[in-house]
Ligand binder design. Sequence first.
Ligand code: BTN
Length: 260
Amino acid sequence: MQPITDALQASIIRQQLGAATQWLHDIQVFAELDSTNRWMLQQGQCGEVCLAERQTAGRGRRGRQWESPEGVNLYLSLRWCFAQVPKNLPILSLVTGLAVVDALEDCAITGHGLKWPNDVYYAGRKLGGILLEAVGSLEQIVIGIGLNVNMLPETGAAIDQPWVSLREIHGAPMNRNTLASVIIERLLARLQTFPQLDVAQFQQEWQRRDVLDQRPVRVLSGSHVSEGVACGVDSQGQLQVRLRGGSIKTFSSADVSVRM
Ligand code: BTN
């Protein structure tokens, strides 16, 4: 097992928070959970954050498993309660992605971006993923973020897609408490203003971070495959793809890969 160099500590994460403390209910750190999202869905409070050193049944998108080895990555969930269902709710997971990439930039990471809908990417490899789950009524959402931080290749050998860690990008291990606190800060700030989201501004921000923009893509939606050129997201956060004839097709849920 890879040695743990910086155990997660709620007090350190909280200490490093700025203005966001006012919107935070509590931070809990667990040595092990099946899934931080599952825990938050069942017993989290509004504005509460939980992290686990290890997940035994980490959840990924589309029912996939999220590999969650001990002590080397971030597995973080936040429960957020809106006063009413925000009209742009389908965009929330993409806005969460913007919060994560901004947080990484705050930590001097560059060259990363977002692959629609929720992947944090670096040079064609996955650095992190985001999974939103609703708590029954849609005003309450659990936002789950998984980020490869200090995981070494041998520790992540079971991951079935190309991946990268911050340690590899940065050239040295990164402090997970600091990262957690910067991510929470950025995320809470975005959540505060989300009900008044300026969609046009969101689309511009997305375009700046979009690793698929103007790339030839293959989109798997159900059992149907489409090919074209990715051209951003629409006002509902749906992926837009220009097909060969020039028409634009939009996707609300799909798996996308870049065609070589
Ligand atoms: C994806 O498939 O890309 C989404 C991965 C989301 C993983 C995170 S880890 C913290 C939180 N708890 C979970 O069980 N899943 C999310």
